[in-house]
Design a protein around this ligand. Structure first.
Ligand SMILES: [Zn+2]
Ligand SMILES: [Zn+2]
Length: 280
């Protein structure tokens, strides 16, 4: 496995001057993506350091977060990834946003739903404690995208989480996710996956796990609906508990996707593989 030494990365950026260097290089990248290079003197000026030895020392400490060539300095891909993560706002737990009204109603009480970003999480909530769900959406998406596209893009990201998990890819670190259909305390089932690499647990309603399946996409496509960007919380088959246990040994779980009087039934085995489909 590729070693992830997070400590080393944090140490590299644990000095305000090094953060300023990354910041200056990130600005240059934003201002002129085709020519992001900063000459040594430009960089020194941007960071406000007089002493070359001092600047050299910090550049040295940044290691391969920065690329040096004749034209000067720029962020490496790794450096861009780091700056991208920091600037997505996910590290800022004080940032708040919303509430914004969204389609659909609370599965528990039927009240209208809103989105609200708080404590580092985008909450889908009816405003009653215990009814909220956390979505994996960073502040950058909420800040950077036109308001009339937000719900569709948030839905796309959430639905893609289902698709990635079904394909064994961790949405957090792209590591390998292993998992299976697991029984919940209330008797329902969900897909529970685990990433060895970053330790993320991915627990999804069976419907959300299936939303990117080609048969589900085709079914909706035939009804002129792009299910990839349809909020999963408005889709009945994505409701927790919408699945039916057909047999327990071996485990077979069926999900019925319905639209305009048509039904597509998918049966899954314990591993989450679709073992049968049926149109009626
Ligand atoms: Zn509610
Ligand atoms: Zn992971």
């Amino acid at each position: 496995m590729h070693g992830v030494d997070a400590t080393e990365v944090f140490e590299r950026v644990s000095h305000p001057t090094r953060v300023e260097i990354l910041d200056a290089l990130a600005s240059a990248q934003r201002d002129a993506p085709a020519d992001p290079w900063l000459a040594y003197t430009e960089l020194r000026e941007a960071v406000g350091i007089r002493d070359n030895g001092n600047l050299n020392y910090h550049l040295d400490q940044l290691g391969d977060l920065v690329v040096k060539e004749d034209a000067g300095y720029r962020l490496s891909r790794v450096g861009m990834g780091l700056v991208g993560t920091a600037s997505s706002g996910v590290l800022d737990t004080d940032w708040t946003w919303g509430p914004v009204d969204v389609p659909g109603e609370c599965r528990q009480c039927g009240d209208p739903l809103q989105l609200r970003y708080e404590d580092g999480v985008l909450w889908l909530t009816c405003d009653t404690d215990g009814h909220e769900h956390g979505l994996w959406v960073p502040p950058s998406l909420l800040e950077a995208h036109p308001e009339d596209t937000l719900v569709e893009r948030i839905a796309f990201l959430e639905n893609r989480w289902g698709e990635l998990t079904r394909r064994g890819i961790c949405s957090e670190c792209q590591g390998n996710v292993d998992g299976e259909l697991t029984r919940l305390e209330d008797g329902g089932h969900h897909f529970l996956g685990h990433c060895d690499r970053c330790g993320s647990q991915h627990g999804l309603p069976v419907g959300l796990f299936l939303v990117g399946h080609p048969d589900v996409q085709r079914f909706y496509y035939e009804h002129d609906v792009d299910v990839r960007s349809t909020p999963y919380w408005t889709l009945d088959f994505c409701r927790p508990g919408a699945e039916t246990v057909v047999s327990t040994d071996p485990l077979r779980v069926r999900v019925d996707v319905t639209h305009d009087g048509d039904t597509l039934s998918l049966t899954l085995d314990r591993a989450g593989d679709v073992v049968a489909t049926d149109r009626s």
